[in-house]
Design a protein around this ligand. Structure first.
Ligand code: SF4
Length: 228
C-alpha cells in the first residue's frame, strides 16, 4: 500500500505545481516587467532554490539560470555534488523572487525587481512553498537572501553556514549562496571565495542532498575543485 500512496502524493505535487505554472504563464500584473514568465519543470523536490529574476536570455531558452550566471552556478554544484546541470534540474525545484525579466537598469546590468513586483510575485513563491514543503532552501544572491531570512546586511554574515528559518509557514534549513553573476566580484574575491567554498561543502554534506541525489548519474566531466 505504501508504494502507490507515495506515488499518488508525488503525482499530486506535480499536478499542483503544473497548475500553478499555468497560472504563472498567464500572469501580467507587473506593468514594468518585460517578461516573459520563466519557470523550471514541476519537480516534486524537498530542495527549493530561489534566484533573483530571469535575465534577457532565459525567456527564449525557457528555463531559469540558462545563461552565463547559470553556467557558473552549475559549475559550483558540479564541483560540490558531482552532478551535472541536467541532473540538478531534475532533482531540485528552481524558483525566483520574480519570474519575469525586469529589463535593464539605467547604469547597465539587469534591473532589480522593485518592492511592489517582489510583493506581487511572492504569492507564487508562497504557493510553491506550500506545495513542496521544502526541507532545504537555497537562496541565491542578496535579494533572495533578504526574502528568506530578512537579512539586509553583508552577505559574509550569512554565507558559509546553515540556518534554521520559518519561510511561508514552513520550517527549513537555509543555506545561502552568492549570486553567480559575472557582474559580481563577491564570489571571486576574499572572503567570498572561502565562504562560498564553505557553503558548498555544507551543501554537499546536507542530508537532504544525499536523499535527493541518491542514484544520480555523476557529471560527465568532474568539476573544478572547490575553493578552500
Ligand atoms: S513578476 Fe511575477 S507577479 Fe509580476 S508579472 Fe511576472 S509573474 Fe506576475
Amino acid at each position: 500500500m505504501r508504494g502507490p500512496a507515495v506515488r499518488l502524493s508525488v503525482i499530486g505535487v506535480e499536478g499542483r505545481l503544473a497548475a500553478l505554472h499555468r497560472e504563472l504563464e498567464a500572469c501580467r500584473v507587473c506593468p514594468k516587467m518585460l517578461g516573459p514568465v520563466v519557470h523550471g519543470p514541476a519537480v516534486p523536490s524537498r530542495i527549493l532554490l530561489i534566484g533573483q529574476a530571469p535575465g534577457p536570455r532565459e525567456g527564449r531558452l525557457g528555463r531559469p539560470f540558462a545563461w552565463t550566471a547559470g553556467r557558473t552556478l552549475f559549475r559550483w554544484f558540479e564541483a560540490a555534488l558531482g552532478v551535472g546541470e541536467d541532473e540538478f534540474r531534475r532533482r531540485v525545484y528552481m524558483s525566483a523572487v520574480a519570474r519575469c525579466f525586469p529589463g535593464k537598469a539605467r547604469g547597465g546590468g539587469d534591473r532589480k525587481p522593485d518592492p511592489e513586483e517582489i510583493l506581487r510575485c511572492r504569492t507564487h513563491l508562497a504557493r510553491e512553498v506550500e506545495i513542496l514543503e521544502p526541507r532545504l532552501i537555497l537562496p541565491v544572491g542578496a535579494l533572495a537572501v533578504e526574502q528568506v531570512l530578512g537579512h539586509r546586511g553583508p552577505l559574509a554574515a550569512v554565507i558559509g553556514e546553515v540556518r534554521r528559518a520559518r519561510y511561508h509557514g514552513v520550517d527549513a534549513d537555509v543555506l545561502c549562496l552568492p549570486h553567480p553573476s559575472g557582474a559580481s566580484t563577491w564570489h571571486r574575491t576574499e572572503p567570498g571565495i572561502s565562504l562560498l567554498g564553505r557553503a558548498l561543502r555544507l551543501l554537499a554534506e546536507h542530508p537532504e542532498i544525499s536523499r535527493a541525489f541518491a542514484g544520480a548519474s555523476p557529471a560527465a566531466s568532474p568539476g573544478s575543485p572547490l575553493p578552500r
